[in-house]
Design a binder for this molecule. Structure first.
Ligand SMILES: [Zn+2]
Length: 333
């Protein structure tokens, strides 16, 4: 019986935009298919609602929030929504996949050229479709109306500030994984200046000190997330692990621990359908030993071996459970 696994990030919903009828069972197309998740012992998968920043992004996001809902009704034998503390308690004993939605790129809630109020209304619609969101990330690779993405130098913009104010106290985390450094530091400063009640995480990010990439976290940002009791999800994509060395995955994890992250580290494998990705130099996108959700038990065994045997339960589920229980508790401690 494998350790129960929680993973903070996959793009199954975006992949399902292209399947009619919905087919979450195809192991060949995406690493986070339902059968692979079940085989790997995944008990809770965060389902990102992902859209690029482009015209029509909000229709894509709304559709994904409906797909989330349809999975839970049409495939109720396989999956269910995890949206409260009681459901967290039942995770280990339920045979089905627990799911919660999140937003990867706020361009999914608001087009670049419409009033922000419309975007906030749409956000409420998405929350009502999915029942709850675990986190919202403001950007993807490029800059958008909210701030700078990881491939840009822009920081936090006025609409980004309004969105942070709007989300404060809603028990939804802010995801820093696709923030530019300027946006990340801008958000931290703004959160502190205005005393906002916003937990922060990096749902699918590794460490720049171990492998240099703009998608990986600089040490001072990782330390800040750790200090604020946030989470950092280990990303399995070869481009962020190390293009030539699959074992660097464990160096990233060891580095997170070195920064004091024993209670912050977790999985954010980042499985998506790579069939039509334009950058073919990234093939294979994942090393074979990290290529789909069936690999978690072997990865956990290697973590026990090479990093720390006492880390296995914290890494596989306990860190995320502690974070979510604290986030969702009725009374603040
Ligand atoms: Zn991503």
């Amino acid at each position: 019986m494998p350790s129960p696994v929680i993973d903070l990030h996959c793009d199954l919903l975006a992949y399902l935009l292209s399947t009619t009828p919905l087919n979450p069972f195809d192991r060949e197309r995406i690493g986070s298919s339902f059968p692979a998740l079940a085989e790997g012992g995944v008990k809770l998968q965060v389902m990102a609602i992902f859209t690029p920043t482009k015209s029509g992004s909000t229709a894509m996001a709304l559709r994904q929030s409906q797909i989330f809902q349809e999975l839970c009704t049409d495939h109720a034998g396989y999956c269910y929504v995890v949206d409260d503390v009681e459901a967290l308690d039942q995770l280990p004993t339920d045979d089905r996949l627990g799911m919660i939605a999140a937003i990867e790129n706020a361009s999914g809630i608001c087009e670049e050229d419409e009033p922000l109020e419309k975007g906030l209304e749409r956000l409420e619609q998405i929350i009502s479709n999915t029942s709850r969101l675990l986190y919202v990330g403001l950007t993807h690779h490029p800059e958008n109306r909210f701030g700078g993405g990881n491939n840009s130098a822009a920081g936090l913009k006025e609409d980004g500030k309004t969105l942070l104010q709007y989300l404060s106290g809603r028990k939804i985390a802010i995801d820093f994984s696709h923030a530019s450094d300027a946006l990340a530091y801008g958000m931290l400063e703004y959160i502190d200046q205005h005393n906002l009640d916003l937990p922060i995480i990096a749902s699918h990010s590794n460490y720049r000190e171990v492998f240099h990439h703009v998608r990986n976290l600089p040490d001072d940002l990782a330390k800040d997330i750790i200090k604020r009791k946030g989470l950092i999800g280990l990303n399995f994509l070869r481009a962020f692990v190390n293009n030539d060395d699959s074992n660097a995955l464990y160096d990233h994890l060891a580095h997170g621990l070195q920064l004091g992250g024993a209670q912050a580290v977790c999985f954010g494998a980042d499985y998506f359908c790579t069939d039509h990705h334009p950058d073919r130099s990234r093939v294979p996108f994942y090393y074979p030993e990290h290529s789909d959700a069936t690999r978690y038990p072997a990865i956990l065994a290697t973590i026990a071996d090479r990093v720390d045997p006492n880390l296995v339960t914290a890494m596989s589920s306990e860190n995320v459970l502690r974070f979510m229980r604290r986030l969702w508790a009725e009374v603040d401690h």
